[in-house]
Design a protein around this ligand. Structure first.
Ligand SMILES: [Zn+2]
Length: 101
């Protein structure tokens, strides 16, 4: 995990479709508190598959829900925008809240 938006690993995609590294908020920023529950699994509504994210990413979403514009689906093997072209959420957390909301 990196807090550097210019880290070239963020733009390199591995053979499994994931980025070489992911951007997260710093430990100090995440320690300021969460505005959403920390959740670790979300479902891609298009395929119905659940993907698990790491602790720092889960906390980054909880601190700043619209920090990310898109996320990865393990079944589809690629990233999708959190909100699709028609304005509909593409992913939901286990509690039913849209990812990015
Ligand atoms: Zn999918």
């Amino acid at each position: 995990m990196t807090t550097d938006r210019n880290d070239p690993k963020l733009r390199r995609i591995k053979s499994d479709g994931q980025q070489e590294d992911y951007l997260v908020l710093s430990d100090e920023e995440r320690a300021k508190g969460f505005v959403r529950p920390v959740q670790h699994t979300y479902t891609h509504l298009a395929c119905g598959t659940t993907t698990r994210c790491g602790q720092k990413i889960a906390e980054t979403y909880a601190r700043e829900p619209n920090f990310y514009g898109g996320t990865f689906c393990v079944h589809c093997g690629k990233h999708f925008n959190l909100i699709d072209d028609s304005g509909i959420p593409a992913f939901k957390w286990d509690d039913g809240r849209a990812v990015g909301e």
